[in-house]
Design a protein around this ligand. Structure first.
Ligand SMILES: Cc1cc2nc3c(=O)[nH]c(=O)nc-3n(C[C@H](O)[C@H](O)[C@H](O)COP(=O)(O)O)c2cc1C
Length: 589
């Protein structure tokens, strides 16, 4: 089935170059007050895609199910942000079980009446979970006696053996990385989001990749491991290595779009990478080594997820092609492990702000992370909590990659997303519109692109190193809800925000494939804020549904230089008493 409208932007995009095609896709998938981005307009429940992919016929290796107080134990949440505070755990099956639990596993089952659905450590737009996870790792006792590629099966918290990799090929593939390094890969079944959201779905898949990069990076940090995106890789090579370009394994099954590969390694273990020492990490795998590694024995056939074939949206197919990364950049980055901590100790009332009440463990915060379905319209955040949350999304663009704080050290590009905030209830801060320039060097650019009457003053008691500016005082509750597709969650919270990307300049600088990276960066910001909210005793929700240009008008952005890509809201939540919560894997917690 092919869906076309009379305007048929897809047809028009065919004649455009990839950059214009991506810009046009973005423009055409905006929500307007008068018209939502194109979708079927109804939910075809009988054809809803299964959120759990399996590779039928592949050897199946369940992870040990670990209770919270089983080893490896979780560090304190606040220690995630203190470099050197967490000793590296050796890479064992138990440690990998923990890693996948915190990154991609089921965190709870929810039930309402007869309906039951799973929540995961990583959130997903519409809870549709397009993101699939992979692991490529050397022989590990209890896993397999040879290096192998696995698919992660979240329903069972298990690995499925996809391919056996010859030892020499694996060594060659990984020879430039620190000892005990392994790879993780992410792909997306875009159809899972398209099923519900139609043409805007490609954006949501990218948000979800960003959240999964974040949940994996933070999971790695709990174990004292580092993680870095191999961002120089071409998508063809990512697809080949993860086996998602093998038509014979996807016969009749919905395909997976390759997203990214990342290298993960214990930061302070093994020759040459003890804390404080420099290590060179390439952002690509050698093409020959990839080719060798995929000449292997493959196992399993992807299951079919929907009854009928995916609905085809030509416009989506085109943006996939236009945003495909076909170039390889053989960059190498120099890293060390003596990074300065994010120092929030001088922040006003941070210590008694209520942030980290009872000093929770990271694992607890990760396990309890949920999206708020409603906010109470009352709870106020302390200024200390608010400033600390914002401090943790500051990537320190002024430093080179090796000095950037976790989790911003996972993205090997210059972060290009700022926060336009609707502050409703933060003690000591006037309600109104604010801007956090995540790169202080961009303040002038942002100022020049926004309404000329904005004040750009520092709020009282705002930490000196936080480029946070009051733009305009006022009650922004209704406005925030209105531009968030009328969702009350944006106005009933303590604050909500739009993530403002340096849009056109980034696409021109790097190429149309960077469109996906901009969304990944917003997803990573969202993931940090989700956990920060839990740690502060409040709750958050990602907001993919917002009216794009009305948001731009609020702030005065009037061209493609800056675009809001993702919204977010944080505050005191209201539980829905009709929902029951069940444990993720029948473990008695
Ligand atoms: C990219 C993204 C966009 C989202 N957009 C909305 C939204 O517009 N409105 C909303 O109520 N929830 C939104 N959510 C929250 C999801 O519905 C929620 O993450 C999902 O149901 C899974 O629940 P959990 O976060 O509790 O695990 C969004 C989440 C993500 C990751």
């Amino acid at each position: 089935m092919s869906h076309q409208t009379t305007e048929d932007p897809a047809r028009a995009a065919e004649s455009l170059d990839p950059l214009e095609a991506v810009m046009r896709y973005h423009q055409e998938t905006k929500h307007h007050f008068s018209r939502f981005a194109r979708s079927l307009g109804y939910l075809d429940w009988a054809n809803q895609p299964d959120p759990f992919r399996r590779y039928l016929g592949s050897p199946f290796i369940p992870f040990p199910l670990l209770k919270p107080d089983d080893a490896p134990l979780s560090p304190l949440y606040q220690d995630l942000y203190r470099p050197g505070a967490i000793a590296s755990t050796p890479v064992t099956v138990r440690a990998l079980s923990r890693f996948f639990e915190y990154a991609l596993a089921i965190s709870a089952w929810k039930q309402a009446g007869e309906a039951r659905w799973a929540l995961r450590s990583n959130p997903s737009s519409g809870n549709l979970h397009p993101t699939e996870g992979y692991l490529l790792i050397d022989e590990i006792p209890g896993l397999s006696p040879f290096p192998a590629l696995y698919h992660y099966a979240p329903r069972e918290h298990a690995l499925e053996l996809r391919a056996e990799v010859p030892k020499e090929s694996f060594r060659w593939l990984m020879r430039k990385f620190p000892p005990n390094a392994f790879l993780i890969g992410l792909t997306s079944v875009n159809w899972r989001e398209t099923w519900k959201y139609g043409e805007r779905a490609f954006r949501y898949c990218q948000h979800d990749v960003g959240h999964a990069i974040g949940s994996a990076r933070i999971a790695a940090q709990t174990l004292g491991w580092r993680m870095l995106l191999l961002d120089g890789m071409a998508d063809d090579a990512v697809a080949a290595l993860l086996g998602v370009d093998r038509p014979e394994d996807f016969d009749g099954a919905e395909r997976e779009h390759p997203d990214c590969l990342a290298v993960v390694w214990p930061a302070d273990q093994g020759a040459g990478v003890s804390a404080g020492q420099r290590v060179s990490v390439p952002l690509v795998l050698a093409t020959d080594a990839v080719r060798e590694s995929v000449r292997q024995i493959w196992h399993g056939k992807a299951n079919r997820l929907s009854r009928d074939d995916p609905v085809q949206w030509e416009f989506l197919n085109q943006v996939e092609v236009a945003a495909w990364k076909s170039n390889t950049e053989p960059r190498v980055v120099e890293l060390n492990d003596s990074r300065p901590a994010v120092d929030t100790s001088s922040y006003p009332s941070a210590l008694d702000s209520g942030l980290h009440p009872g000093r929770p463990k990271a694992g607890q915060v990760i396990r309890q992370r949920r999206s708020a379905l409603a906010f109470d319209g009352k709870t106020s955040l302390s200024a200390g909590s608010f400033f600390t949350m914002l401090a943790h999304v500051m990537p320190r663009v002024d430093r080179d990659l090796s000095e950037r704080p976790m989790p911003w050290d996972v993205l090997p590009w210059e972060p290009a997303v700022h926060l336009a905030l609707f502050v409703h209830r933060v003690a000591g801060l006037a309600p109104g519109l604010y801007m956090l320039a995540r790169d202080p060097a961009k303040v002038g650019l942002l100022r020049g692109a926004t309404r000329h009457q904005f004040a750009w003053t520092s709020p009282p008691d705002s930490p000196e190193d936080l480029p946070l500016f009051l733009l305009q005082e006022g009650d922004a509750r209704q406005l925030a809800a209105q531009v968030s597709c009328g969702q009350d969650i944006a106005g009933d919270s303590a604050f909500s925000l739009g993530m403002i990307a340096e849009f056109e300049s980034s696409l021109r600088r790097y190429g149309p494939w960077f469109y996906r990276r901009l969304f990944w960066e917003t997803g990573l910001i969202g993931q940090v804020l989700y956990l920060e909210a839990e740690a502060a005793g409040v709750r958050a929700t990602g907001i993919g549904c917002f009216f794009d240009d009305p948001v731009h008008q609020v702030f005065g952005f009037n061209d493609a230089m800056f675009q809001s890509l993702y919204h977010f809201t944080t505050g005191g939540h209201v539980e829905d008493p009709r929902l029951t919560t069940l444990p993720p894997y029948s473990l008695d917690y």
